[in-house]
Design a protein around this ligand. Structure first.
Ligand SMILES: [Zn+2]
Ligand SMILES: [Zn+2]
Length: 214
């Protein structure tokens, strides 16, 4: 199993390519800009079957329409955030003065769903707070991995002061939904470096368990 991080665009958003299970297939998480992703998957002889969105803020979806057009991949987003794919008020594209080619979600997700893609089973964990329809994708096999979007970062959490944000919901998502998962996971956030769930439980300033010895 491979996770390739492509730092894309002016906004420093992480795009991830997940592959190495079904030969020749990959999943792209949050295609923030089309060029690096398109180049990477072509160079590695991969075909993108699914585009998974952690949420639909403009900086995470700028490359969705182009990647979908180039590959025919299915676009997956939580029901509450899915309108952001074509509504610049929801994606905040309007606020950021950027234009995004509109598209639609092919698969509308709910909490507890599992997306079977490129040989992986990605569990959908609804983690509202940064946006109302934000999700984390949790992988148990072959490795324990969380794609945490803008919910959980290395030693930080996402903003909750933007439209549709909710601080109480965000802290609950981080502490009651993510930190209660059993064992350790590699965490790949929407911005910044990778981390681990165990390290964040102990060291994240927003963790209720911070500083507690195990
Ligand atoms: Zn965001
Ligand atoms: Zn972001």
């Amino acid at each position: 199993m491979e996770v390739k991080r492509l730092g894309t665009g002016h906004w420093g958003t992480n795009t991830y390519v997940l592959y190495g299970k079904t030969p020749g297939e990959c999943v792209v998480i949050d295609p923030a800009g089309d060029t690096p992703v398109t180049d990477f998957i072509a160079q590695n002889g991969l075909r993108c079957t699914h585009i998974l969105l952690t949420h639909t803020h403009f900086d995470h979806i700028m490359g969705v329409a182009a990647l979908k057009a180039a590959t025919g991949a299915l676009v997956c987003a939580h029901a509450i955030d899915a309108p952001g794919l074509h509504d610049p008020a929801v994606s905040l594209a309007k606020m950021a003065w950027c234009t995004i080619e509109p598209c639609e979600a092919d698969v509308v997700l709910q909490d507890g769903d599992t997306v079977e893609a490129a040989g992986f089973a990605l569990h959908v964990l609804h983690t509202p707070g940064h946006t109302a329809g934000g999700v984390c994708y949790v992988l148990e096999e072959p490795e324990k991995v969380i794609f945490s979007g803008d919910t959980l970062f290395y030693r930080s959490v996402g903003r909750s002061d933007l439209a549709y944000g909710d601080e109480k919901a965000l802290l609950s998502s981080v502490n009651d939904r993510l930190f209660t998962l059993e064992g350790d996971y590699a965490v790949y956030p929407g911005h910044g470096p990778a981390t681990s769930l165990a390290a964040e439980r102990l060291n994240n300033p927003f963790s209720y368990q911070r500083g507690r010895t195990q």
